[in-house]
Design a protein around this ligand. Structure first.
Ligand code: ZN
Length: 104
């Protein structure tokens, strides 16, 4: 795993990412609010709890980007010479049928 990814993972687990709440705690900023929803912007809030980010599909977009990376890695591991067109991949929830809607 790339060093920056490991660093991000460790800092997210120990709540050491520069969320607005942490920047206030570290004396680097005075306002801990989320610019999207005006709630308190903690690491958890940024990664999974902001209702505005959820309503804008930001978590679905991030989720699908991870799946696209996995699809490319699997394709490479299978020895395929051409990578899949990850922009054309449509992800659906477990048990759902794909009807051309993204990740619903
Ligand atoms: Zn928010």
């Amino acid at each position: 795993m790339a060093p920056l990814r490991i660093s991000f993972l460790i800092r997210s687990v120990y709540d050491l990412l520069p969320s607005n709440a942490n920047l206030v705690r570290w004396g680097k900023k005075e306002d801990p609010t989320c610019p999207l929803c005006q709630g308190r912007q903690t690491t958890e809030h940024v990664l999974s709890s902001c209702k505005i980010a959820l309503s804008q599909g930001r978590y679905t977009w991030r989720h699908n980007r991870v799946l696209q990376e996995l699809a490319a890695i699997i394709s490479t591991a299978k020895g395929e010479t051409t990578l899949p067109n990850t922009n054309a991949l449509i992800f659906t929830t477990e048990g759902a049928l794909s009807h051309g809607t993204e990740g619903r």
